[in-house]
Design a binder for this molecule. Structure first.
Ligand SMILES: Nc1ncnc2c1ncn2[C@@H]1O[C@H](COP(=O)(O)OP(=O)(O)OP(=O)(O)O)[C@@H](O)[C@H]1O
Ligand SMILES: [Mg+2]
Length: 511
């Protein structure tokens, strides 16, 4: 154990000098692993009845995206409840949360040694460390007394790392704010550099009164970002009111936004608050704001300029203190140039623009998100394990995900259903054949090859230009219907740039 103290002398220093949070947690876990000689280990944060992996070793990379709810993981629940180290018997029948998640092992973690160290600060559980070894006697030589010491030191280390992180992300941090840690549970799974930058921007702007415009392709997580902004603001205890501007029929739009009084129009049988008033002292999230009509844009602008609104049918002005967060997957300044969106409203909404990067620019977030969604399916189907093979994870990372996180979520869910239908076992392994993403391209390519071989080219009757355009039209429409109307996926399948496809489709009168 003197070795332990030698290590520990360095760790506070390492924690302080590690630049990013990931390094701090990794440093902490590495120290523990070196001292305890285990095959797999994890440093977990405890929050809202859930353990969230912060650093892992010897486990499949997608574990970092998984969330372990106590209710579904009796082994972790035992650790959370114990208040002391827990040694699980080698033949314990409590399922191990890492079943199937240790690379190159059978899906079942058969007889093995497993110890859980709860991390407590002032008697509050803040996290845990789990250590696993394949040799059932591996940990026999470890004394409880020493393990408790490690727990205590690690708890201090974790607390320091979390506080350091908070000091960095919140510029004007107050003492009260420090005791109330930023929660990890707003469910934005993100480790990539691009998303870390976004997280910092969210932290910077959340607790201001500024309007935020969230932009990004479809399915990147704009709604999650809007939620995080509200949750991390001083308005968190007040309502976050959602309004989808795309699904707002013109006839009721004004009343939806600003409310109405009894008798204002046929059917207005009583006074009714609009979304602006419902969100008083809270936040109003205007989703798909690019779809608002010019008329409503003018009314919205007025409300933002003067901070007051008028219910339909009422002359009186009502003061509201509503913070606006808006989102769109359109490039809004292009809409302004095209005359479809008011420039003045654009400037008011985008006081603080936040761009959510597409999934293809987020390095290994794909792996984490795949783990996150797989773990959800595991709970939903009451499985013992659901694993993603290394080759599958590699393929998932290479794919471009035109529909972003939503497409990945659906792909994992669909694959889980397919994999489950193949077996009675409660241990699932998702493989490439459960995903149609990669094969559809290959199929399309081989189909074209086949066709090319079969058909000899006919002499054009309409002239080369018209025939070529007809062929282009046919190919685009076919690809578009194969991709369920998704233009980005169509562009990928046809191997042409998205912008060029739009222009071409317009020229061919397909749009
Ligand atoms: N970082 C993330 N971590 C976990 N889940 C995510 C993440 N990003 C997106 N999701 C999930 O992906 C789905 C799509 O996200 P969301 O609805 O926020 O996208 P969006 O940008 O608003 O899309 P659209 O432009 O089509 O409205 C949701 O189920 C959401 O929970
Ligand atoms: Mg959305």
């Amino acid at each position: 154990m003197t070795e332990l103290f030698a290590h520990w002398l360095h760790i506070t220093q390492d924690l302080n000098s590690a630049l990013i949070r990931k390094d701090r947690f990794d440093t902490l876990l590495t120290t523990i692993r070196e001292v305890l000689c285990c095959d797999a280990s994890a440093l977990l944060l405890y929050e809202n009845q859930t353990f969230i992996p912060l650093a892992i070793n010897g486990l499949s990379h997608d574990v970092l995206g998984r969330r372990f709810a106590l209710a579904q993981h009796p082994r972790l629940e035992a650790i959370a409840r114990a208040g002391d180290i827990v040694r699980f018997p080698a033949n314990s029948d409590l399922p191990d949360p890492y079943d199937g998640l240790i690379p190159n092992r059978d899906s079942k973690l058969q007889v093995h040694s497993c110890i859980g160290l709860p991390l407590l600060v002032d008697d509050q559980l803040i996290g845990a460390i789990t250590i696993d070894a394949f040799d059932e006697n591996q940990f026999d030589g470890l004394l409880n007394h020493d393990l408790r010491l490690i727990s205590a030191l690690a708890a201090g280390g974790l607390q320091t790392a979390l506080l350091l992180e908070q000091l960095e992300t919140q510029a004007n941090v107050t003492h009260e704010a420090l005791t109330e840690r930023r929660t990890f549970s707003d469910k934005i799974i993100s480790r990539s550099a691009a998303m870390q930058t976004l997280q910092q921007q969210i932290d910077a702007v959340a607790n201001t009164e500024l309007s935020v415009l969230i932009t990004g392709e479809t399915g990147v997580g704009k709604e999650l970002v809007a939620n995080a902004l509200h949750q991390r603001s001083a308005r968190a205890s007040k309502p976050l009111v959602y309004l989808n501007c795309a699904a707002l029929p013109e006839s009721v739009a004004e009343s939806e936004l600003f409310g109405h009084i009894k008798g204002a129009f046929t059917g207005a049988i009583s006074d009714r608050k609009g979304k602006f008033e419902q969100a008083d002292n809270g936040t109003l999230f205007l989703d798909e704001v690019g779809e608002l009509s010019l008329e409503l844009q003018a009314k919205l602008l007025r409300a933002l300029q003067f901070g007051d609104i008028q219910r339909v049918g009422d002359d009186r002005h009502i003061q509201v203190n509503t913070r606006i967060i808006a989102a769109t997957n359109r490039v809004l300044y292009e809409e302004v140039t095209a005359g479809r969106f008011r420039a003045d409203l654009y400037h008011r909404l985008s006081v603080f623009p936040l761009h959510v990067p597409p999934l293809r620019e987020r390095d290994d977030d794909v792996v984490l998100l795949a783990g996150f969604f797989a773990e959800q399916m595991k709970a939903k189907f009451h499985l013992s394990s659901i694993r993603l093979s290394a080759s599958l994870l590699q393929k998932l990372t290479q794919y471009a995900w035109p529909g972003n996180v939503r497409e990945l979520e659906h792909a994992i869910k669909r694959a889980s259903v397919l994999a489950k239908s193949r077996t009675q076992s409660r241990d699932l392994e998702l493989t490439l054949q459960d995903f149609d993403l990669f094969t559809s391209d290959e199929k399309a390519v081989s189909a074209t090859h086949k066709q090319q071989k079969k058909e000899s080219i006919e002499v054009p009757t309409l002239g080369l230009r018209a025939e070529t355009e007809n062929l282009q039209k046919r190919m685009i429409s076919d690809a578009l219907s194969q991709n369920h109307g998704n233009w980005a996926a169509t562009a990928r399948q046809l191997d042409i740039d998205g912008g060029n496809l739009h222009r071409l489709a317009k020229r061919l009168s397909l749009k």
